[in-house]
Design a protein around this ligand. Structure first.
Ligand code: NAD
Ligand code: TYD
Length: 347
């Protein structure tokens, strides 16, 4: 039996990974370690919170002592590390928060795992979940490959790049069994409405302005969150120790084209006149240091581990919009901060 610690499991991607692992590995124990920052929401896991092989652990990865106690009490054998500060705009206003969680927090986890497992690394794994943003910004052509040189340009991507370097350093220096994946932009249910797609969906619902940065010509490569979770499970189960895998859907959109599709699809779903939501688009000041284009080449993952995305973008986007339209309470809670008040009482 494995004791698998998933960090950041109350967040957007983490909650989908936790659910997949709880259902896929019934004879393993899945521990969800999360500090429940503004981005963590246990509502995301209501459907599996009573599963026999699931337990929530409230902890901050900045707390080395607590991590040490958790590894020893729970006899952790595997780590899937997703906990992070994840929003580029927040990293521009508060970079040090990103250093503390993404760099120091990751180094803490690595150190605790190494110490806990040092007598026998067999049947252990440290899986680090990272982003394609570590590779920097592409021009109009080309892709990010696993061997692309790191060139992070925002405090967020710099902190994730640094954490990736620490993970590789623990592999080379201490033989800690590690694996890393770098994924493109995710979308889907439970996405906090500060990121592009859920923010636009929320604002369209409420007839609020849709802030498009600059000219809306920046390009992102979008992947449905469950396809990312499936890739993580595949790499966790079949990936080669010490390797890096890129994850992406070959699905590039300029922001403005994407916002147009969201507007038109939502006009249809909400029974509004076609063109109504587009009138909400408002071009605003560009993000500082705004990366122009991200595009992932995921051939290695496809060829070596047989993973490929299961959903076409139109289908994924439609499912995502439907989820937000039928989970207005969730949206209301996270935007009003009610769920934070609840946590403050509970934890
Ligand atoms: P998120 O912001 O939705 O969730 C982050 C989770 O980590 C939250 O539950 C939060 O409470 C928790 N957390 C934050 N600081 C913590 C700390 N100090 N200790 C313990 N828990 C803490 O993020 P997400 O979008 O789900 O991203 C998850 C991971 O995937 C991140 O490592 C991110 O870099 C990576 N990633 C995200 C994307 C994307 O498009 N969202 C793409 C590629 C990679
Ligand atoms: P975001 O969802 O923050 O992801 P990332 O910056 O990590 O790729 O932003 C996606 C793209 O959308 C990015 O080019 C910035 C842009 N954007 C807007 O134009 N308006 C917004 O309100 C937000 C949040 C993002």
């Amino acid at each position: 039996m494995r004791n698998i610690l998933i960090t950041g499991g109350a967040g957007f991607i983490g909650s989908h990974v936790v659910r997949l692992f709880v259902n896929t590995f019934p004879s393993d124990k899945i521990y969800n370690l999360d500090a429940l920052t503004y981005a963590g929401n246990l509502e995301n896991l209501k459907d599996i919170e009573d599963a026999a092989n699931y337990e929530f652990v409230h902890a901050d990865i900045q707390d080395l002592e607590k991590l040490t106690a958790i590894f020893s009490d729970k006899k952790i054998t595997h780590v899937v590390h997703l906990a992070a500060e994840s929003h580029v705009d927040r990293s521009i206003t508060d970079p040090l928060a990103f250093v503390k969680t993404n760099v120091l927090g990751t180094a803490n986890l690595l150190q605790v795992a190494k110490e806990a497992w040092k007598n026998d690394f067999s049947n252990t794994l440290f899986y680090h979940v990272s982003t394609d943003e570590v590779y920097g910004s592409l021009g109009n052509t080309g892709f990010f490959y696993e061997g692309t040189a790191y060139d992070p340009r925002s405090p967020y991507s710099a902190s994730k790049a640094s954490s990736d370097h620490f993970v590789r350093a623990y592999y080379h220096t201490y033989n800690l069994p590690v694996v890393i994946s770098n994924c493109s932009n995710n979308y889907g249910p439970n996405h906090f409405p500060e990121k592009l797609i859920p923010l636009m969906i929320n604002n369209i619902i409420h007839n609020k302005p849709l802030p498009v940065y600059g000219e809306g010509l920046n390009v992102r490569d979008w992947l449905f969150v469950l396809d990312h979770a499936r890739a993580i499970e595949r790499i966790f189960s079949k990936g080669t120790i010490g390797q890096t895998y890129n994850i992406g859907g070959h699905n590039e959109w300029t922001n403005i084209d994407l916002v147009h599709v969201l507007c038109d699809t939502m006009d249809e779903k909400l029974g509004r006149t076609k063109g109504d939501s587009r009138k909400l688009i408002s071009y605003v000041k560009d993000r500082a240091g705004h990366d122009l284009r991200y595009a992932i080449d995921a051939t290695k993952l496809q060829n070596e581990l047989g993973w490929e995305p299961s959903l076409q973008f139109e289908e994924g986007l439609s499912k995502t919009i439907d989820w937000y339209l039928s989970n207005t309470d969730w949206l209301e809670n996270v935007t009003s901060g009610d769920y934070r008040k609840y946590y403050e009482q509970m934890y």
